[in-house]
Design a protein around this ligand. Sequence first.
Ligand code: SF4
Length: 214
Amino acid sequence: MIKNNKQCVLKIIKVLEKDLGQVKCALNFSTPFELLTAVILSAQCRDERVNKITENLFKRYKNISDYANADISEFENYIKSAGFFRNKAKNIIKSAKLIIDMHNGAVPHAMEELLKLPGVARKTANVVLGNAFGKAAGIAVDTHVIRIANLLKLTKYDDPVKIEKDLMKIVPKEYWIKFSFYIQVLGRRICKARNPNHEICALNKICPSAHIAN
Ligand code: SF4
């Protein structure tokens, strides 16, 4: 039975580390702003689809000025299949303008500055800080982390901010970036929302929800 303490979380991490091997950000990017764009696009949209969209988008818009000066209708057409494309286009273009005005065109490295950008909440900021700058400011909490952290009884909350606070108390800081990746990969491959495959899950000996019927 998992207890809510650092030792048990470390065990979960070690088991997943051994079982899943190397994990990394599933979104393709080559600059911090491209990552920011990809994460904004990924809200309610699968990473594979985002990567398809950004393959063309990043060819058309090469630097942050291209984004800031983008024609909104043309930009929307590029990202239409991401869903909520009007808001996403507005937020990406506005973020580019703000970053140029406030940060000389460089994506800020600080959580509080990232949170001032439109469309950027803690999850997006954590992904950007962790993957573009190698900075562990917090733990990125997405739908997989929300669901699986609850199944593992690492939290009792549904709210991502509260879940992140719970996780930051028990996950060792050196794993804050990787922890989300492990849980996301587990969620995609094995612990699926509709059909968690407890039988083949590497955590089934220590997960308190392993008894839930398949
Ligand atoms: S044992 Fe089942 S519920 Fe627990 S993490 Fe694995 S698949 Fe999910």
